[in-house]
Design a protein around this ligand. Structure first.
Ligand code: MG
Length: 383
């Protein structure tokens, strides 16, 4: 029996993780957290009986306590709720599927409590990679990736030793605007950006896929997760999203992981690791698919990929600044306050005015994050 705490249980990854858990007898849910959606959270509590529940604010916590009346669950609001769920004594695994920078501190706290981390929160490694991986090493805690690309690499890495790796090849679908040029992107709408060809995902990550920032963030995550130089990580556009990523070894052998695009596969692997478990999901039918295609990423039309890699090469607090600026501009795009084409321009502008702090502390990272958000606000108000 594995006992699991899920941070962000009402989001896309959280709900699919509960699907996986529901279909398997070997898991017990001990904690759940959600920011906003207490209707769904209430249903999840009734079904899975967690001991601790975290919600976004005290108002929602009170509402939920009223609704659950006699239930023995402990409901805690705000960051404290997230931290309580991340550090709950009885959990073996903490699945962090929170969206945004708010996921960083709970990951650090879960590592301090020696929980195995199933990581779906990108910001943990993008903004805090240096301190998170250092702490995980010190506490001998394993971070198991949930994202399909990193799960693929994690699986491919069982084929060789670290010193035998030639490069990592992260695949990218190319998003809804693949094949378009900068001119085509001038007037694209929010609805166009949200229409991902292969995956059904949350709104933030859908926009990040349309700008290719998502792939940039994934390159940074891969660097920290697998402790590999960023120059040894390639991005390959593969529109069918069947090969989820690959590892090329020094002898020229390339090992890839293939599967249908269903996030329940990498989620299940993260939870069942080091074992594999049978499931009833659809099977990959390559004859039906017929052919797989590949192309280079178009860095000119999608500058966010280059910006992300640059931020990581610069290092220190720069990736946190990139990440925060991106979170802000994506939110503004979702609110239709800025255009799609403004996204990379605003991020680059903020990066150019940042004074990098090297070997950052958690405090430095959080402050750079705040600074970056304020910069975006200023720039957009000036427009
Ligand atoms: Mg991904």
């Amino acid at each position: 029996m594995k006992r699991i705490s899920i941070l962000g249980s009402t989001g896309s990854i959280g709900t699919q993780a509960l699907d996986v858990i529901n279909d398997c007898e070997n898991y017990e849910v001990v904690a759940l957290t959600a920011n906003n959606n207490i209707d769904l959270l209430e249903k999840q509590i009734k079904k899975f009986n967690p001991k601790i529940v975290g919600v976004g604010n005290e108002e929602k916590a009170r509402l939920l306590r009223e609704r659950l009346d006699n239930n023995k669950v402990d409901i805690i609001s705000g960051i404290e709720g997230l931290i309580s769920a991340a550090t709950i004594n009885c959990a073996d695994i903490v699945l962090n599927s929170v969206v945004g920078m708010v996921g960083l501190v709970p990951t650090l706290e879960a590592i301090k409590s020696k929980k195995t981390i199933a990581l779906a929160n990108k910001e943990t490694l993008v903004a805090g990679g240096e301190i998170v991986t250092r702490l995980a090493k010190e506490k001998q805690v394993q971070i198991i990736p949930v994202d399909s690309e990193h799960s693929a690499i994690f699986q491919c890495l069982t084929s060789g030793k670290k010193e035998e790796i030639f490069k990592l090849i992260l695949t990218a679908s190319g998003g809804p605007f693949r094949g378009k040029n900068s001119k085509d992107l001038e007037n694209v709408s929010l609805e166009d950006a949200l229409a991902h060809p292969n995956w059904v995902m949350g709104k933030k990550i859908s926009v990040d896929s349309a700008t290719l920032m998502n792939k940039g963030l994934e390159v940074i995550e891969a660097k920290w997760l697998f402790d590999i130089d960023i120059e040894k990580i390639d991005v390959l556009v593969h529109p069918e999203s069947i090969i989820h990523s690959m590892v090329e070894y020094i002898d020229g052998s390339v090992i890839g992981q293939l599967a249908i695009h269903d996030m329940r596969i990498p989620i299940q692997y993260a939870l069942s690791y080091p074992k594999r478990k049978f499931n009833f999901l659809n099977r990959l039918d390559l004859a039906e698919i017929g052919k797989l295609t590949f192309e280079k990423p178009d860095n000119k039309t999608f500058p966010c990929l280059t910006l992300a890699i640059q931020s990581s090469t610069i290092g220190g607090t720069m990736p946190a600044v990139l990440n925060a600026a991106n979170e802000m501009v994506v939110n503004m795009f979702l609110q239709k306050r800025i255009m799609f084409k403004d996204i990379p321009k605003l991020i680059e502008n903020v990066m150019n005015s940042h004074n990098v702090l090297y070997d950052p502390t958690l405090e430095d990272i959080l402050q750079s994050d705040m600074w970056s958000r304020k910069q975006v606000q200023k720039l957009v108000e000036l427009k």
